[in-house]
Design a binder for this molecule. Structure first.
Ligand code: TXA
Ligand code: MG
Length: 328
């Protein structure tokens, strides 16, 4: 199968209605989208990604008004409404009680909650408005590999496996949406840190918290918990922040991903600095996955990546780097 690249929304919509998959741009990363209510399309998503059926999918909607058909609104906590009002459309995913007769088990891996997101990217907004069903869309990378933030990343990883890639250029945020569930008192709980920081959520709902260790350990509550994820093929090792804990390295075969400045002792051509001089976390997020893709293509033996300051967006970026480095 040839993968065509373009901005033909009518063609993308027709393919999706017919049960085919289309790669879509969002403000976070590219998604591998399929009909969110059709079992054949859902199975195709898992097959193309090589993803286990136990890891549930996010349903994408054009607007909050579409949610009541899919979510049991009477059981939605008040805090969810406040977060939706503040951050939708945008890089926020909420875990809400699903309408079991409408949302297929394959979407939620049988869990009682469904992940819902209203993406802000103009192209995907236009696409969703042409459809009378939500789109299921995981990030458009093979299971465990680096997420795609540019059309070229999708083509190099999934080219030949999908008929169409909707070209929306480089993704603005560059890191996945923040996944938020709700605790026993209806308080927001961050399941996956992402493009909306904990501080931003707390500014709207002060009781928002990260998941506790016992909550993370409960298998049913953390289906996406993996030993590794977001990983390049080249072995990756973390250091820092700054130059702390820098392991010995061979200058000819090592690459580096740094935050503010080049690593001394390594050729500049084997390095990428995410936010030269400025140390801006949003700029680092925008370029993180693209930098990992680029360094991974150099054919080196080892990649070194600098941990970022562990505040706001840095929390999400460090979580991705830790998981990327965990592949053995
Ligand atoms: O930014 C994003 O969220 C991108 C774009 C394409 O929208 N999508 C994305 O999807 O990152 P994916 O499948 O790569 O990651 C979704 C995460 C996984 O960790 C999954 O386990 C979790 O959300 N998740 C999905 N449904 C869930 C549910 N019902 N309960 C708990 N976690 C869920
Ligand atoms: Mg993913």
């Amino acid at each position: 199968m040839d993968t065509l690249l373009g901005t033909d929304l009518a063609h993308a919509a027709a393919l999706l209605r017919a049960g085919e998959l289309v790669a879509i741009p969002t403000e976070t990363v590219y998604g591998l989208a399929g009909h969110g209510l059709r079992e054949d399309s859902l199975r195709r998503i898992f097959a193309v990604k090589g993803r286990p059926l136990t890891n549930p999918l996010i349903l994408h909607f054009a607007s909050v008004e579409q949610l009541p058909s899919y979510v049991r609104m009477a059981a939605v906590p008040a805090a969810a409404h406040r977060l939706l009002a503040a951050f939708s459309p945008g890089p926020l995913t909420l875990l809400l009680p699903r309408e079991p007769a409408v949302v297929p088990d394959l979407v939620t891996a049988g869990l009682p909650d469904v992940a819902v997101r209203i993406p802000a990217h103009a192209l995907v907004q236009d696409l969703l408005r042409r459809l009378d069903f939500p789109l299921a869309a995981p990030s458009a990378n093979p299971f465990g590999y680096i997420s795609p933030t540019r059309p070229a990343h999708v083509l190099s990883q999934l080219g030949g496996h999908i008929p169409y890639l909707l070209d929306g250029g480089a993704c603005q945020a560059g890191i996945e949406s923040t996944v938020v569930g709700f605790g026993p008192a209806g308080e927001p709980v961050v399941y996956r840190p992402g493009a909306i920081s904990l501080e931003m959520l707390q500014a709207v709902v002060p009781a928002t918290r990260m998941r506790t260790a016992p909550e993370k350990a409960r298998p049913a509550a953390s289906p996406g918990l993996l030993p590794y994820h977001y990983s390049p093929h080249t072995p990756l090792q973390l250091f820092g922040p700054g130059h702390a804990a820098l392991p010995p390295f061979d200058m000819a075969t090592t690459g580096a991903l740094a935050f503010r400045e080049l690593l001394p002792g390594l050729p500049a051509a084997q390095q990428i600095v995410l936010s030269p001089g400025r140390g801006d976390l949003a700029e680092a997020a925008h370029g993180l996955y693209a930098a990992l893709h680029q360094l991974d293509a150099l054919g080196l033996q080892l990649l070194l990546a600098e941990r970022l300051p562990n505040t706001s967006l840095g929390l999400a970026l460090n979580e991705r780097l830790e998981k990327a480095a965990a592949r053995k």
